[in-house]
Ligand binder design. Structure first.
Ligand SMILES: [Zn+2]
Length: 298
């Protein structure tokens, strides 16, 4: 008597039915929808040659001050805030006089807070900063209900006076520390998979500031993006791993050597994955191609 084959046959049939079900699932049902929108809060105009070594001296370009709104299912967060509602008083209070001719912004400013409210979006509960410089952290005070995520290295930089008291000095700000895991990800030794599904992954990109972070986003359609903050100001710098114009780098980058190592890493990343779109926080050409909020990149 052999009853076993019949039982095995049943198991095999069940497994086959499951496989058919799995194959039959549409890709979109595999996880929450992931998309993002570029919230342009302001701009300035700069000579391209100041953005990166070898840039065109005759070309004048918009330099955007943008926040990035990331949507994962029902959750939304901001990566950087751009220029916020209180930028004028912040600038008057904390931008040193000698630096004012190097770092400017044009009017009007349309704070992310106002754009999101006008679109009827719920209050933002989480802000992640690529780094804490004035043109990225200005809007932190506009989202008092949000947790603000930075690396412990960046928090030490903030508390050591690296960022503006008018922007990050309020004791009411709810700081949260980004804890990277020892999980290598696309050339980075550490990473943090924010939702555990590989769609939004933070990586350390220390150099421009001591605790700067980059962010990979894969949207529902499978398009791949890397948000690199200010590691470069223009994506045109990446194919030849060009640093910033030397004086600009001296004024802006905390550590020139580490910044260059991160630019080199992005060149390798781009070579290995030509389909990856690298989005610097200020690059108006890359951002214009993707469109601006309320347009979403799916
Ligand atoms: Zn910046």
């Amino acid at each position: 008597m052999h009853r076993r084959p019949r039982f095995a046959g049943l198991v095999a049939g069940f497994a086959a039915a499951l496989a058919v079900l799995a194959i039959g699932l549409p890709a979109a049902a595999a996880g929450p929808r992931v998309s993002f929108a570029i919230v342009k809060t302001g701009r300035t105009v700069v000579q391209e040659s100041l953005l990166y070594a070898g840039g065109d001296k005759a070309a004048k370009l918009d330099n955007n001050f943008s926040a990035f709104l990331i949507r994962h299912g029902d959750d939304e967060f901001l990566f950087d805030t751009g220029l916020g509602a209180r930028i004028d008083s912040q600038y008057a209070q904390d931008m040193p006089g000698w630096k004012q001719r190097f770092f400017k912004y044009l009017k009007p400013i349309i704070p992310a807070r106002d754009q999101l409210a006008r679109a009827g979006l719920p209050p933002i509960r989480r802000v992640i900063l690529s780094h804490s410089h004035w043109d990225h952290a200005s809007g932190v005070v506009d989202f008092p209900q949000a947790e603000v995520w930075v690396t412990k290295e960046e928090l030490a930089f903030i508390r050591g006076g690296g960022a503006w008291p008018s922007q990050v000095g309020a004791p009411s700000i709810r700081w949260r520390t980004i804890l990277f895991q020892p999980r290598p990800y696309r050339g980075f030794a550490q990473s943090l998979d924010l939702y555990g599904d590989g769609t939004v992954v933070l990586v350390p990109q220390f150099g421009h500031t001591p605790g700067a972070v980059g962010m990979f986003v894969t949207t529902s359609s499978g398009r791949r993006f890397f948000f690199c903050g200010d590691t470069v100001w223009s994506a045109a710098a990446i194919p030849q791993a060009r640093p910033k114009f030397w004086l600009a780098g001296l004024l802006a980058d905390s550590d020139a050597g580490r910044t260059q190592a991160e630019i080199d890493r992005m060149r390798a990343l781009q070579k290995a994955d030509p389909g990856l779109t690298i989005v610097p926080a200020h690059d108006s050409r890359v951002q214009a191609r993707l469109g601006f909020f309320p347009n979403w990149v799916e």
